[in-house]
Design a protein around this ligand. Structure first.
Ligand code: ZN
Length: 154
């Protein structure tokens, strides 16, 4: 797929370029694992819709405002994605780490202008494990993930 180079500056002042979606791309999201491998997911993905439904209807977060709820949905979505055993779970919000100091905490990130398009081989995220689970097992995974997310942010 065609991605665009962004300039990132980590909290220690190191600058590096990262292939990302266009700032105004709608309907596609990238996920990263701990090895900085990327996969993509498109709007309308069946597993994503299931997570969206389970999270939106969950009593602990159903009262959240839309933006906050979206953050929880995107975070919990990782439980529905197959894991690369070496790289851990794929996460939507995970940033690429700095090649010099390995931090994922950034001071600044901007799409480079004029655009620098790059062709990158990105695979679509898979859900073989998720689709093998029963509804009760899915709910239990989502419960755990929501509790973990709430502990992190509240
Ligand atoms: Zn750095």
């Amino acid at each position: 797929m065609i991605l665009f180079l962004w300039k990132y500056t980590c909290i220690n002042g190191h600058e590096f370029e990262v292939p990302q979606l266009d700032e105004f791309e709608y309907g596609t999201l990238l996920l990263r694992n701990e090895l900085n491998e990327i996969q993509y997911v498109c709007l309308g993905n069946k597993a994503f819709d299931e997570i969206d439904r389970l999270v939106s209807g969950h009593p602990l977060v159903s009262h959240f405002e839309e933006g906050d709820l979206t953050d929880v949905v995107q975070s919990v979505f990782s439980v529905a994605c197959d894991i690369n055993i070496h790289g851990g779970p794929f996460k939507i919000a995970r940033r690429q780490s700095c090649p010099q100091c390995s931090t994922r905490m950034m001071d600044d990130w901007d799409q480079i202008i004029p655009f620098k398009p790059v062709e990158v081989d990105v695979k679509e995220v898979t859900h073989n494990h998720w689709f093998s689970l029963s509804e009760a097992e899915k709910k239990s995974l989502v419960d755990t993930a929501i509790l973990k997310e709430l502990k992190k942010t509240h």
